[in-house]
Design a protein around this ligand. Structure first.
Ligand code: FES
Ligand code: FES
Length: 182
């Protein structure tokens, strides 16, 4: 007996289609709400760069190994390439575009300029986002401590000495701003 292939007519309905349908979401970045439509698999890094056009956050390895994509979520440093954009919904995201106070650079940004803390500059946004938190966390007491607590931020130009000097300068400038140093 010959069995004809099923045409689907009269058979069970197809299983429910579950993705990757795009989802409407709102991301709060640098104090502003951004409405966007994303595939659920979209990383926060791709959402920032490709959807919100905030390209200051850099894509180095896209697998958690370089720190170029460091941003803050609710004031804590995270790797945007390892974070799903949808996981940031309802939370406060800060990128390098959001750390200056209007035209006034953040003290750590100024310190990177003063110490020449970069060469190609590709890692610099991530270095600065990490450095500010390194200081605020109280992990910038010495160059060796800075090296340890910023070890996730790789610089392929190997500008580490200048980066550590910049973090020290930024630490002292932040303390002066807060009135903790003369
Ligand atoms: S791009 Fe995220 S850690 Fe390298
Ligand atoms: S300055 Fe070039 S990668 Fe760090």
């Amino acid at each position: 007996m010959t069995v004809e292939p099923s045409t689907g007519r009269g058979s069970a309905p197809p299983a429910e289609f579950i993705g990757p349908s795009r989802i409407m979401t709102t991301l709060r970045v640098n104090g502003h709400d951004h409405f966007t439509v994303l595939e659920p698999r979209t990383s926060l890094l791709d959402a920032l760069r490709e959807h919100l056009h905030l390209t200051g956050t850099k894509k180095g390895c896209d697998q958690g190994g370089c720190g170029a994509c460091t941003v803050w979520i609710d004031n804590r440093r995270v790797l945007a390439c390892l974070t799903l954009a949808l996981a940031a919904e309802g939370r406060e995201v800060t990128t390098i575009e959001g750390v200056a106070d209007g035209d006034e650079l953040h003290p750590v940004q100024q310190a990177f300029l003063a110490a020449d803390g970069f060469q190609c500059g590709y890692c610099t946004p991530g270095q600065i986002m990490s450095a500010i938190k390194c200081v605020e966390e109280g992990h910038a007491g010495s160059e060796s401590e800075i090296a340890e607590w910023m070890s996730g931020n790789i610089c392929r130009c190997a500008a580490y000495q200048n980066i550590r000097e910049a973090v020290c300068g930024g630490r002292d400038a932040m303390a002066r701003k807060d009135g903790e140093l003369p």
